[in-house]
Ligand binder design. Structure first.
Ligand SMILES: Nc1ncnc2c1ncn2[C@@H]1O[C@H](COP(=O)(O)OP(=O)(O)OP(=O)(O)O)[C@@H](O)[C@H]1O
Ligand SMILES: [Mg+2]
Length: 239
């Protein structure tokens, strides 16, 4: 479903992606791992059509994202949910208004339908009763849950998660991963999760991609990764 071919990207002469290729099949969930500053967020932004590659391509269902006009990019974005690194709720909007935002902006749904969808999504992420609170009035874990609800409210076919558990305590982090897993079972989206939660994330993903120095160092199952003899991967696993 998502095909990344020879993706290259530099910033001011600094090569971040040096030719990255891999494919994610429909309904699969991949973990994208690698050192800090290694280009994971940059890669995700290419998949979302938010950045243009210098070379190479990202295609979704056989259609290249870069060549798309504004209209087809918009249609593509409607099929996509993005959980940004940091959560990124609007501080001046309540939890309810945050989750309703994409529906109010992009859909022609009526108020009551939107309300029903938003309340249902808040229930799914365990935030019923907090819909009137503002981001500054809820915990970090609740912010992530609200951001997750906002990303899921449009029933995306593709979900991109950029470090969904960073900054949370281990128990809350684990509950977010479980939540992502249960959402995946319910909605069967195709997903990429950028994460440092190794090995925790391995219980909820099909495959792992490790980026190292701008290239894919390993693509395989979680056990391929954990059992790898590659010294770079062993060093990464040992922190
Ligand atoms: N818009 C941009 N302009 C210039 N340089 C950028 C831009 N976005 C990212 N970079 C650079 O690209 C490199 C990779 O950044 P990226 O955010 O993708 O890393 P990352 O793997 O997500 O790291 P982390 O695990 O810390 O989130 C960094 O050196 C960063 O400074
Ligand atoms: Mg990042």
């Amino acid at each position: 479903m998502i095909k990344i071919e020879n993706l290259q990207k530099s910033f001011d002469g600094h090569e971040v992606l040096k030719g990255v290729s891999f494919e994610v099949g429909k309904g699969e969930v991949f973990a994208l791992v690698g050192g800090s500053g290694g280009g994971k967020s940059v890669l995700l932004k290419h998949v979302a059509g938010l950045m243009k590659p210098d070379r190479g391509s990202v295609t979704v269902d056989g259609k290249e994202i870069r060549g798309s006009g504004k209209k087809s990019l918009r249609i593509f974005r409607e099929r996509l949910g993005f959980l940004f690194q940091g959560g990124a709720l609007f501080d001046s909007l309540s939890v309810f208004e945050n989750v309703a935002f994409p529906l109010k902006e992009k859909s022609k749904l009526g108020r009551n339908v939107i309300r029903e969808k938003v309340m249902g999504e808040l229930e799914n992420v365990g935030l019923s009763g907090s819909e009137h609170r503002y981001p500054s009035q809820i915990s970090g874990g609740m912010v992530k849950r609200a951001a997750l609800a906002r990303a899921l409210v449009e029933d995306p076919e593709i979900m991109l998660f950029d470090e969904p558990t960073t900054g949370l305590d281990p128990v809350t982090g684990q509950s977010i991963l479980k939540l992502i897993d249960s959402c995946h079972r319910r909605l069967s989206f195709t997903g990429i999760i950028v994460t440092h939660e190794i090995p925790k994330v391995f219980t909820i993903v099909d495959r792992v991609i490790m980026l190292h120095q701008g290239r894919v160092r390993l693509e395989g199952t979680p056990s391929d990764f954990l059992e790898s003899r590659d010294p770079v991967i062993q060093a990464f696993l040992n922190g």
